[in-house]
Design a protein around this ligand. Structure first.
Ligand code: GLU
Length: 284
């Protein structure tokens, strides 16, 4: 199970993101990466632990008040630096982090290759960000609109966050099948795959529903469905404390792990088993 954390606000994003990734380490992962927007859209990623990523970026310019981080559980492509998230679009103006799988990535990838796209990773995720950019180039719509249109073309499960170099006041997130929670602070927003990286900053959260795209733009949160219906985000107060959230609401970690077994088995199989065939097979 992989992790997502993103920040937009007035504080430095890097320390919040790296701490958030550490909070998500309990979920298990094979590589980690971050993107920071500070005039440039810089991506740093590394196979291994969050501590390896932190050591890797030590000498870099880590300033910026917008950014996102990811811990990956590889489903498409080996767990290595190249396949770690975030992934850039063709022009490097967009970057994405993604939990889940894009089932029809191979056919979309072939279409994009025919249009001249080149890919740097073996992931399904990179295909999605190239598709978003291709749609944006064709239709000239804002990035959140291109994200919405692209998601209308993909089959699969996802929680994603997208940043755009040209829109440094914006974070876009969407979900289907994998959770996304938006934390609402004072002059700041957080996006994460569960509340653990958020709870120490704000208790006000909005959980996205399946098929919803959230945009934080200039300090305002708006939500649309993939079918272009505007939604009013339901903001609720987190009652759980950090310790309880880490235990997923259970009294003990052991109980949590017992109840997580079906999910863990699902996660370790996802992307590797073709449910259409009756026996187990590896999906290339
Ligand atoms: N399918 C994506 C990949 O293999 C995302 C995996 C994840 O959920 O971390 O890179």
């Amino acid at each position: 199970m992989c992790g997502i954390v993103a920040y937009i606000g007035k504080k430095e994003a890097y320390p919040i993101i790296i701490k958030g990734l550490q909070r998500l380490e309990y979920r298990g992962y094979d590589s980690a990466g971050i993107a920071l927007l500070n005039g440039n859209l810089n991506v740093y990623k590394k196979a291994g632990k969050v501590a390896d990523l932190a050591a890797f970026v030590k000498e870099e310019n880590l300033s910026g008040t917008i950014g996102m981080g990811h811990t990956r559980w590889a489903t498409h492509g080996e767990p290595n630096d190249r396949n770690a998230h975030p992934h850039y679009s063709e022009s490097k103006n967009l970057a994405i982090i993604h939990n889940g799988i894009i089932e029809n990535y191979a056919s979309i990838k072939q279409e994009l290759i025919n249009l001249g796209h080149t890919f740097k990773s073996d992931t399904d995720t990179e295909v999605l960000i190239h598709l978003i950019e291709e749609i944006q180039n064709k239709t000239k719509v804002a990035t959140e609109e291109a994200v919405r249109l692209a998601l209308g073309e993909v089959i699969g499960a996802y929680a994603i966050v997208v940043l755009s170099k040209k829109e440094p006041h914006k974070i876009i997130a969407a979900r289907k099948g994998s959770p996304i929670v938006v934390g609402i602070g004072k002059d700041e927003y957080f996006v994460a795959s569960d509340a653990t990286p958020i709870v120490e900053y704000t208790k006000n959260v909005a959980y996205l529903n399946d098929g919803e795209v959230a945009t934080v733009d200039n300090g305002k949160l708006s939500v649309k469905t993939i079918d272009n219906e505007t939604k009013v985000p339901f903001v609720q107060e987190l009652e759980l404390k950090l310790e309880a959230i880490e235990k997923g609401g259970f009294d003990h970690f052991m109980l949590k792990e017992i109840y997580e077994q079906p999910r863990s088995i699902w996660d370790s199989m996802r992307g590797r088993v073709d449910s259409k065939i009756k026996h187990l097979s590896w999906v290339e």
